[in-house]
Design a protein around this ligand. Structure first.
Ligand code: GNY
Length: 594
């Protein structure tokens, strides 16, 4: 069978079964089913396939890609983070760079991360530029008041150092400079436990670590076996009772001697996800412990983040997470300026409908977004790394329930008709991936399948390329997922969301029973930034134009270029399970899945 359209021409050999709701998770050469008939272990299988390809890459006849920069291949960090968690094998020529070695005390002259707004909670004024726009010197300056949003990208190996100045590696996040760890919880999808433990500084590697995952069957057994090597590690399997659901949530809860911190991000706990990809990280402030005898409602923020986080944790119905919820109750979250927006599997009706997924976003925007003149014409921009089955045409989900939620406005207002509100979708082209730092293997984390793509060619008309000159990450493929509402000239944004949620019904939810029920398959988590929480009464953030200009600190650092650039004639969305052999990638290789 062959399909051709303005947006794609592919040869498809077998006729796949058509499951209207099945997310696009078919693997290149799916290998059978487990006893229970569940699909076989997506994460570990995908990683094994990647390792196999890496071991025997298929060289393109033309050899290297024109400007192929020679680079070290293995994603092993070699002292390119600021943390003091140097590994035995990371030390080659890296000693004496000022980091504390194992067991040594952190730099005493550095405060353990000075907190923006701490104590004073002075709202940022839109026009305020009184703080001299001094050059950002290092991460510490950046955390110290230059970044009210606490929104970061992960460090990328192989780009100009200036683009990593405000970026964080996982070792930075887990560094003793952020706090003296007592206990932690890691929520994630794909977890390399041996690697994860090594990201903690040596002195914290034996502290209690709870790993919350969604693995079943054989890959769960693998994780359990690995866990056996560590006395301090406990596993919590998130229940996934609805078919094709996934535990996508990526969160760290870090309990310190000095307080508690929550990190909500987009990266899997594997080396490749922290190497050459664009990933987003939101760091909470350091939450102080409440005085003994504080009541349940104490330590709440205007955004209700604390109780929303507790509700999210309780949705797992796991004793280990009830304990973490009890711990959270003891801390003061009042400095939090973001809203928590999650998904948790279930079928929700009545009051519960607005707790999760796109209806939660709809409610937050209705209740808290401010009115802006002409906002009816402001486009919605969605940016993601995978795409589910969205139906036969746009009316089925994208331009109905999804658009209704993402175009919601303050004061419960609704655009008279939202039919003309543009939706721009940002997803990498084949050419984006081919020229990326990783080359075609970057496509192993962009699992849009041919089976899904061929059913929804209509969707590809909404697509825009990945471009990120502003953040220096045009060649670091996105695994971040973001959504925002921008002005028609793309200079302002009404809100910004960073999340684990891809463009899928499994993540955001889909109506059932004539819209009286929202059905969600997966766990997802993100944070929503609204201007009002940052002391802006204009109703919008100015978009930060460059990392190096003297813009007010209240400008929002959108991590990719605006306006988004449409796919051109020959552009195709990256599809991970078809071959690309016509042109070599960055490393002179082809892509032949399966
Ligand atoms: C989740 C991923 C479709 C499945 C097997 C998949 C493939 C490649 C990367 C994936 C990924 C996530 C995630 N599924 O990065 O949650 O981050």
């Amino acid at each position: 069978m062959s399909q051709e359209s303005e947006h794609g021409k592919w040869a498809v050999s077998s006729s796949e079964e058509e499951d209207g709701d099945k997310p696009s998770t078919s693997l290149p050469q799916q290998t059978g089913l487990s006893k229970g008939g569940e699909p076989s272990f997506p994460c570990s299988e995908a990683r094994k396939a990647a390792l196999k390809r890496k071991a025997s890459p298929l060289k393109h006849q033309d050899g290297g890609f024109p400007q192929a920069p020679k680079q070290k291949s293995p994603p092993e960090e070699q002292g390119w983070c600021l943390s003091s968690s140097e590994d035995e094998e990371d030390t080659k020529g890296q000693k004496g760079k000022g980091d504390a070695g194992a067991g040594a005390r952190p730099k005493e002259h550095r405060p353990a991360l000075k907190e923006q707004g701490e104590g004073t909670h002075k709202p940022l004024q839109s026009q305020e530029s009184s703080q001299a726009p001094q050059k950002v010197q290092d991460t510490w300056d950046l955390l110290d008041g230059e970044n009210p949003f606490r929104f970061f990208l992960t460090k990328v190996k192989g780009i100009d150092a200036k683009y990593n100045l405000g970026a964080l590696h996982i070792k930075d996040i887990l560094s003793p400079l952020f706090g003296t760890l007592v206990s932690s919880a890691q929520f994630n999808y794909c977890i390399d436990l041996g690697w994860l433990v090594k990201q903690y500084p040596k002195e914290f590697r034996e502290k209690p670590l709870l790993v919350v995952h969604g693995e079943k069957g054989e890959s769960k057994a693998e994780l359990q076996e690995e866990k056996g090597l560590y006395d301090n590690v406990r596993l919590c399997q998130a229940k996934l009772d609805i078919a094709f659901g996934t535990h996508h949530t990526k969160m760290m809860i870090l309990q310190y001697e000095e307080g508690l911190r929550v990190v909500i991000h987009t990266a899997n706990l594997i080396a490749e996800d922290w190497y050459q990809k664009t990933q987003g990280v939101w760091l909470s402030p350091l939450y102080p412990r409440l005085p003994a005898g504080a009541s349940a409602s104490d330590g709440e923020s205007h955004t209700m983040f604390k109780s929303d986080l507790i509700s999210y944790l309780m949705s797992y119905k796991s004793p280990a997470l009830v304990k973490w919820a009890e711990t959270i109750k003891q801390y003061d979250f009042s400095e939090t300026r973001v809203y928590l927006l999650g998904s948790t599997p279930g079928r929700y009706q009545n009051n519960d409908k607005e707790k999760w997924g796109h209806l939660r976003l709809r409610k937050l925007l209705k209740d808290h977004a401010m009115q802006i003149p002409d906002q009816d014409s402001w486009p919605v921009i969605g940016q993601f790394s995978s795409i589910g089955s969205l139906g036969d045409d746009q009316s089925k989900w994208l331009c109905s329930e999804f658009r209704d939620s993402f175009t919601s406005l303050g004061n419960g207002r609704k655009a008279p008709t939202n039919h003309d509100i543009p939706i721009h979708l940002v997803y990498p082209t084949v050419e984006n991936v081919r020229r990326s730092l990783e080359g075609y293997p970057a496509g192993g984390s962009l699992p849009y399948s041919i089976e899904t793509a061929k059913k929804q060619l209509w969707l590809h008309a909404y697509f825009h390329k990945w471009s990120a000159e502003t953040s220096g990450r045009s060649r670091a493929m996105p695994h971040i997922k973001t959504y925002m509402r921008a002005s028609p000239d793309f200079q302002k944004i009404a809100w910004f969301l960073v999340t684990s949620a891809n463009l899928s019904k499994a993540a955001w939810g889909g109506f059932e029973k004539n819209g009286t029920q929202l059905m969600i398959r997966s766990y997802e988590l993100g944070v929503l930034f609204l201007p009002s929480e940052f002391g802006l009464n204009s109703g919008y953030f100015q978009v930060k134009e460059s990392m190096f200009s003297d813009e007010p600190a209240s400008s929002f650092p959108v991590p990719y270029d605006l306006p988004p650039e449409k796919y051109e004639g020959k552009d195709r969305p990256w599809i991970w399970n078809i071959p690309y052999t016509r042109a070599p990638d960055t490393n002179g290789n082809m892509w032949v899945p399966g």
